[in-house]
Write a new protein. Sequence first.
Length: 203
Amino acid sequence: MDRTIGKIGAALVIAGVVCFAVCMLTGPIALCYGASIAIAWGLVMMNSAFYRFSRTDAKAAAMCAVAFGGMYALCNSIVYFVQISTVKNGALTGVAAQVLDYRTFGMMFDLDMLGYCLMAVSTFFAGLTIRVRDKSDRALKTLLLLHGVFAIMCFLMPILGLFSGDMQGADWIGTAVLEFWCAFFLPIGILSYRYFARVETEA
């Protein structure tokens, strides 16, 4: 069962990343938000399985991965659920739109970036738990650790105000950054699925 949960989580991440990458270019934007929720929930399942199958000397790191991943999932699920419910159905204007609409690069965008910061921290700790058995596991460990670097950027960008609604070319720059992230994170989902498919259940 534990291995199956890890595989399902990885499959959710894979499907979510692919859907997100495609819909960022073709729409509708609501599918991007739904895909992002799927990624968040899938990562929680993955991190739980990483904890289950972590090395005996990496249990604290595995617990950190679960905790930070849970904080990420809560932040980003709130952001995207608000977009497909309150924002989509509320016809918001004025201050309410500025605060709640993700596309204004306001508070919801900042909360989203905090969420991705927490996600990156969680993947870094998850990388510390990997039992390296072959080149595929080594690649997974490396990608998880490297993904931790995104935490710095995601934490600093809102504080420095690098994105704003009146920024020239903000939409296409944001899309390009997110497409790059998708290309980086998709192999993590694929390699994680393989990792859980091969991991020893008695670990």
